[in-house]
Design a protein around this ligand. Structure first.
Ligand code: UDX
Length: 472
C-alpha cells in the first residue's frame, strides 16, 4: 500500500464533490470545503445533491470518515498536504472567466498556511491563473518555499463523472516544481500504476482502457491551455457536424451516414460527431467564450471559435424553424417535450439547449407538456408550472393530445419508446427529434411523420392521410 495523502478539496460542485469522493476511493484522506453551510450539512447527511452514478454509494461509504465536509477552509488548509481548488469560474459579461471565487480561496489559503502546500487548480481557468494565484499568495506574505501552484485540469463529464475521474484518458500535471510533481504523482499513483483497477469492487470506466492512464507533466501554462483547447476542440467537432447536418438537409443526404464514414477515419474518430440541437451545459459554452476571450487578450486571431459559437446558436433557431414548418404556425399549438437536461444522464439544466428551445416556443405562443426523467425539479424552479408549461409523469403523458412531440435530450430511455402508444396519445402523430434517436424507417412503419436533424424527411401518402383523418 502506498501512502495516503491528506487532501483538501475546495468547492463541492460537480468537479469538487466528485474529486473528493474519488480521492477517498483511491485511498486518500479528504476534507471537502464549501462556504454554503446548508450544502455542507446535506453532504454530511449523505445527500449527494447531484444526479451522478456511483456518487451516493461512495458518499455513504466515506462520508464523515475518509471524506469530511466542512465550511472551515483555514483548518482544512492546515491539515492538508495538497489543496485542490474546484470552485466555480462563471462567465462574466465579456465572456471572460470570473475568477473572484478563485481569488477569495487563494487569499484565505494564504492566511492559513503554516507548512508547505501544493495548491492545485482543478477549475477550468484561463492561462496565467497559476501565476496570478502565486501573486495572491505572495501579496499575502507567504514566501515562495511554502507552496507551489499546479495546474491539474479535470476532464470528467457529467453523468459519468465518477467513472471518468477514476478512468481518465490522461492526467495532466502542470508545474515547474519537482517537489509538487512528486506529491501529485503520489496522489494519482493508484490510477497510473493500475493498482486501483486491480482492486476488488473497483468502479468500471465508461470506456475501459487496456493500459493505466499516463500522467503528462507539462508547464503550468500548457496545462491550463490543454483544458480550454480540449473543450473548445470538442465543441468545434460538434459545431462542425451540425454544420454538415445542415448541408445534408439541403443536399438530401443523411448526416448519420456521413458521420459514420468520417468517424471510421482513425484520425477523426467517431465520438462527438452526433448532430443535434447544439451543445450546452456548464462547460462548453462558457469555456469556448473564455478561450476566445483569452485569445483576444493575447492578440491572437481565433475567429474560428466565434464561428463555433455562431453555428451552435443557429442550430437551435433552425430546430425552431423546423417545428414551425412542420406545424405551419406556432401560436396556440400544444407541444409535448421530452428532455430538459442539457444531455441525457444528468439533471443539470445549465445552458441547456432544451430549456432554451422551450422558452423560445413559449415566446412564440405554444403551450408545453414536458417530461424529463431527472431534470424536472430543477426546471420547475426556473419555469414553474403555468398555463404555458405543465410537467408530465412520463413520455406518454407528455404526448397526451399534443400537436407534435419534440425530443430534445438524448436520454437512453427516449430511444426505446412504444411508438404505437405515443402515436395513439397524440392529437397528430408528428415527432420532431432533435437528437436523432430513431431510425426514420421505423417511424414510417408506425405511420408517424418524423423530422430529425440532417436526414431526409419522407412523408408518405398514408401518413398524410392519417394526419388528415385525425384532424377531422
Ligand atoms: C464536457 C467535456 O466533455 C468534459 O471533458 C469537461 O470536463 C466538461 O465539459 P459535459 O459538459 O459533462 O462535459 O458534457 P458532454 O458529454 O461533453 O456534452 C456537452 C454537450 O455537447 C451536451 O449538450 C451534449 O448533448 C452535446 N453533444 C455532445 C452533442 O451535441 N454531440 C456530441 O456528439 C457530443
Amino acid at each position: 500500500m502506498s501512502d495516503s495523502i491528506h487532501i483538501a478539496v475546495v468547492g463541492s460542485g460537480y468537479v469538487g464533490l466528485v474529486a473528493a469522493v474519488c480521492f477517498a476511493e483511491m485511498g486518500h484522506s479528504v476534507v471537502c470545503v464549501d462556504n454554503d453551510q446548508q450544502k455542507v450539512s446535506a453532504l454530511q447527511d449523505g445527500e449527494s445533491l447531484i444526479h451522478e452514478k456511483h456518487l451516493p454509494e461512495l458518499l455513504q461509504r466515506y462520508r464523515n470518515a475518509r471524506v469530511r465536509f466542512t465550511t472551515d477552509l483555514s483548518a482544512a488548509t492546515r491539515e492538508a498536504q495538497a489543496i485542490f481548488i474546484a470552485v466555480g469560474t462563471p462567465q462574466s459579461e465579456t465572456g471572460d472567466a470570473d475568477l473572484s471565487y478563485v481569488e477569495a480561496v487563494a487569499s484565505e489559503i494564504a492566511r492559513s498556511i503554516t507548512t508547505y502546500k501544493v495548491i492545485a487548480e482543478k477549475s477550468t481557468v484561463p492561462v496565467y491563473t497559476n501565476e496570478w494565484i502565486r501573486r495572491v499568495m505572495e501579496r499575502n506574505g507567504v514566501s515562495r518555499e511554502m507552496f507551489d501552484v499546479v495546474s491539474n485540469p479535470e476532464f470528467l463529464r457529467e453523468g459519468t463523472a465518477v467513472s471518468d475521474f477514476l478512468h481518465p484518458d490522461r492526467i495532466v500535471v502542470g508545474t515547474d516544481s519537482d517537489r509538487a510533481a512528486d506529491i501529485m504523482s503520489r496522489i494519482y499513483e493508484p490510477l497510473t500504476t493500475g493498482r486501483y483497477y486491480a482492486k476488488a469492487g473497483a468502479i468500471d470506466g465508461a470506456c475501459n482502457h487496456d493500459t493505466p492512464p499516463p500522467l503528462l507533466r507539462t508547464s503550468t501554462k500548457s496545462a491550463e491551455i490543454i483544458k480550454h483547447a480540449s473543450n473548445a476542440f470538442l465543441a468545434l467537432k460538434i459545431s462542425f457536424i451540425n454544420a454538415v447536418s445542415n448541408l445534408c438537409e439541403a443536399a438530401d443526404a443523411d448526416v448519420e451516414q456521413v458521420a459514420q464514414g468520417m468517424g471510421l477515419d482513425s484520425r477523426i474518430g467517431p465520438r462527438f460527431l452526433r448532430p443535434g440541437i447544439g451543445y450546452g451545459g456548464s462547460c462548453f459554452p462558457k469555456d469556448v467564450a473564455a478561450f476566445r476571450s483569452v485569445a483576444e487578450q493575447l492578440g491572437v486571431n481565433f475567429a474560428l471559435l466565434t464561428e463555433v459559437e455562431n453555428i451552435n446558436a443557429d442550430q437551435k433557431r433552425r430546430f425552431l424553424n423546423k417545428v414551425r414548418s412542420a406545424l405551419w404556425t406556432l401560436r396556440g399549438k400544444k407541444l409535448g417535450v421530452l428532455g430538459l437536461a442539457f444531455k441525457g444522464g444528468t439533471d443539470d439544466i445549465r445552458d441547456s439547449p432544451a430549456i432554451e428551445l422551450v422558452r423560445m416556443l413559449i415566446e412564440e405562443g405554444c403551450s408545453i407538456r414536458a417530461f424529463d426523467p431527472a431534470a424536472m425539479p430543477r426546471a420547475e424552479q426556473i419555469l414553474p408550472p403555468s398555463p404555458e408549461i405543465q410537467y408530465a409523469s412520463d413520455p406518454y403523458d407528455a404526448s397526451n393530445d399534443v400537436d407534435a412531440l419534440l425530443i430534445l435530450t438524448d436520454w437512453a430511455e427516449f430511444a426505446r419508446l412504444d411508438l404505437q402508444r405515443l402515436s395513439a396519445a397524440m392529437r397528430f402523430p408528428i415527432i420532431l427529434d432533435g437528437r436523432n434517436l430513431y431510425d426514420p424507417e421505423l417511424m414510417l412503419e408506425n405511420e408517424i411523420t418524423y423530422f430529425s436533424v440532417g436526414r431526409p424527411t419522407r412523408h408518405h401518402t398514408q401518413e398524410l392521410a392519417t394526419v388528415a383523418s385525425r384532424s377531422r
